[in-house]
Ligand binder design. Structure first.
Ligand code: CU
Length: 241
């Protein structure tokens, strides 16, 4: 029997077999704050009049930023385990940790391990950027001055860590938190507590919601989930006593 091979069909089959899957599910959800946190503390910037002059309104700490329906902002939501270890493509955009009005912005953010990011001083005063990763975790502490407005310094962190605290050695009220991940499946909640992690392959994962005031009480802030297509998850975080 003579068999005819449909060449275009075979090529299409081969292409389908060897095209890596780039689409995955969207993991979306919210983080909700339960309970009433302590009032925020007013920040007195008078020690540096150049900082104080940048504000016309009262500045407070940002421990709990709560939006609509008790949604909690500035929570790092990330896949803690279950992710396949591989070289995920690095984002093309360079994240910026800025200093504006003598505050870090963003307050909480995430980067990939070995992803270059910029630290910028947008203020007309001296900042001293001081990153304080945990000892022995694979990330190096650094500490440098940015005396001039507009200065940028490129940095990266080598190892996953949630999260590295930044402070400023000139202005004791300045803090930021940077999570470092060896995969792209992380997000920071927006002002109403919403987050979205895209491209997550189907599978079983542990998802964690990390908030800088409550992370010591991890109970309830990690969930086992089964992703099969687009999936939603909600976290409730108790205000720390
Ligand atoms: Cu500073």
């Amino acid at each position: 029997m003579h068999m005819r091979i449909n060449t275009p069909y075979v090529i299409a089959l081969l292409a389908a077999a060897f095209t890596p899957s780039i689409v995955g599910a969207d993991l979306t959800g919210r983080v909700v704050l339960k309970g009433t946190p302590k009032p925020e503390i007013t920040i007195d910037m008078s020690a540096d009049p150049r900082c104080a002059a940048l504000h016309t309104q009262k500045i407070t700490t940002r421990h709990y930023v709560v939006g609509a329906n008790n949604g909690l902002a500035n929570v790092l939501v990330f896949v803690k385990s279950g992710v396949e270890k591989k070289d995920y493509p690095m984002p093309t955009e360079t994240p910026v940790l800025d200093q504006v009005g003598c505050e870090y912005t963003p307050y909480v953010t995430g980067v990939r391990a070995n992803q270059k990011f910029l630290i910028r001083n947008s203020d007309p005063t001296l900042h001293n950027v001081h990153a304080t990763p945990k000892a022995g975790g694979g990330n190096a502490e650094f500490n440098f001055a940015q005396p001039v407005k507009g200065m940028t310094t490129e940095k990266s962190f080598a190892a996953p860590e949630v999260a590295i605290r930044f402070k400023c050695d000139v202005h004791p009220w300045m803090f930021a938190y940077v999570g470092v991940f060896d995969h792209p499946f992380f997000a920071v909640t927006d002002k109403d507590g919403n987050f979205k992690i895209s491209g997550l392959p189907n599978g079983k994962y542990t998802i964690e919601a990390w908030h800088q005031r409550t992370h010591r009480a991890e109970a309830g802030q990690a969930k086992e989930i089964n992703v099969e297509g687009d999936t939603q998850v909600e976290f409730t975080i108790d205000a720390a006593p």
